[in-house]
Design a protein around this ligand. Structure first.
Ligand code: SAH
Length: 347
């Protein structure tokens, strides 16, 4: 007998769900109830939908599946950071990270399986991009971390960063759909101000986001404001040049008036000179900016080395003198390969 491939029920919008129930001779309202189970209550099975009749649950069972992610492995770092290896319905695996501070819990989520970009310093770039994550797969990572935060830290999740595996702007539609669900009162009801999308810089998509007047924050992984240098460590910069990136960011700022954060690692012999700092100041002075100087997390081969404290101090002082907010961020979760750029499905 041929098996009919069941549809993923969470690929349907609320409207489509309502229409489906009407076409089955039921009330449109049933769609609202089921939608609430699927998103707000994160039901893993039709069985769990206790205010829906048994017949209806069985009918759904024959038509649909709920593709929930499964946490394959959870690792806890000595600093409290938690890394989840998450298995998807087709057996591919991505990682997400819970980062606790005294007052906050931040979820760092993945947007793609692997990554299509080729940043030389990032472990994820060694994995080929297998596919984009669906909105529900992104949403589920957030729900899992929210639950872990309540369980281990006695508080709900407070912030989300799209800084896990993948380039979120190369999976734009699904990332936006996921954020819509995360921020909707019918989903998790989180404020978009607590969500940051981090991109290596895809100018066309930055303009699109600006046009759509999204309310979340934007971070750009810059690492160098000099084209040759940036291209040597982030080869796609040859296509998406700094001039183009800057123009798109200017456009973003004009539309959203939302401050831009730059992520930046200072490496010995790569971007640790005064000219590098000056170029950075020059690049970001068109709008209120913040620079996060991230500690480098070595990935195996030792080609890159974190610059000296003096070099980092030079960045801090020059940036501050020019009125640019700067923070120096220590890594979390290094002992379990959960820090920036270390996500590579190693266990
Ligand atoms: N593709 C998006 C999302 C990934 S975010 C982006 O590039 O922004 C991961 C962040 O960690 C980026 O800022 C990236 O530049 C940084 N990163 C990558 N490898 C790193 C490493 N080995 N050490 C420190 N930071 C790293």
């Amino acid at each position: 007998m041929e098996t009919v491939k069941k549809k993923d029920i969470r690929a349907l919008t609320k409207e489509q769900l309502r229409d489906f129930f009407v076409s089955e001779g039921d009330k449109a309202f049933r769609g609202n109830q089921v939608y609430e189970w699927l998103w707000q209550k994160s039901a893993h099975s039709f069985e769990a939908m206790t205010n829906i009749s048994k017949e209806t649950r069985q009918m759904m069972e024959t038509n649909f599946v709920i593709n929930h992610i499964k946490v394959d492995q959870m690792q806890r770092s000595s600093d409290g950071t938690i890394k989840n290896a998450v298995r998807l319905h087709d057996d591919l695996v991505v990682e997400s990270v819970l980062i606790p501070t005294k007052t906050r819990t931040t979820a760092c989520v993945s947007s793609q399986v692997g990554c299509s970009l080729d940043c030389k310093f990032c472990a994820t770039s060694r994995l080929k991009r297998m596919r984009n994550l669906n909105p529900d797969e992104i949403y589920d990572q957030v729900v899992v971390i929210d639950n872990e935060s309540r369980l281990y830290f006695d508080r709900p999740l407070s912030n989300i960063v799209f800084m896990g595996m993948g380039e979120p702007l190369m999976n734009y539609n699904n990332v936006l759909k996921a954020i819509e669900k995360i921020t909707s009162p019918e989903g998790l009801g989180m404020s978009p101000k607590r969500i940051t999308v981090s991109t290596s810089g895809v100018p066309k998509m930055i303009r699109k986001m600006a046009d759509e007047e999204v309310k979340f924050k934007l971070a750009v992984s810059l690492h160098s404001a000099i084209d040759d240098i940036r291209t040597s460590i982030m080869p796609f910069n040859a296509t998406f040049t700094l001039a183009d990136l800057r123009e798109s960011l200017q456009y973003w700022y004009n539309k959203t008036k939302s401050r831009i954060t730059y992520e930046y690692v200072v490496w010995e012999g790569i971007n640790d000179q005064q000219k590098d700092v000056d170029a950075l100041v020059d690049f970001c002075k068109f709008a209120p900016s913040k620079v996060n100087l991230i500690e480098y997390n070595p990935i195996d081969d030792g080609e890159f080395r974190q610059a000296s404290n003096n070099a980092i101090e030079r960045y801090v002082q020059t940036l501050e003198r020019n009125g640019i907010v700067v923070t120096v961020r220590r890594s979390r979760g290094k002992d379990i390969d959960a820090a920036c750029g270390q996500l590579a499905n190693k266990q």
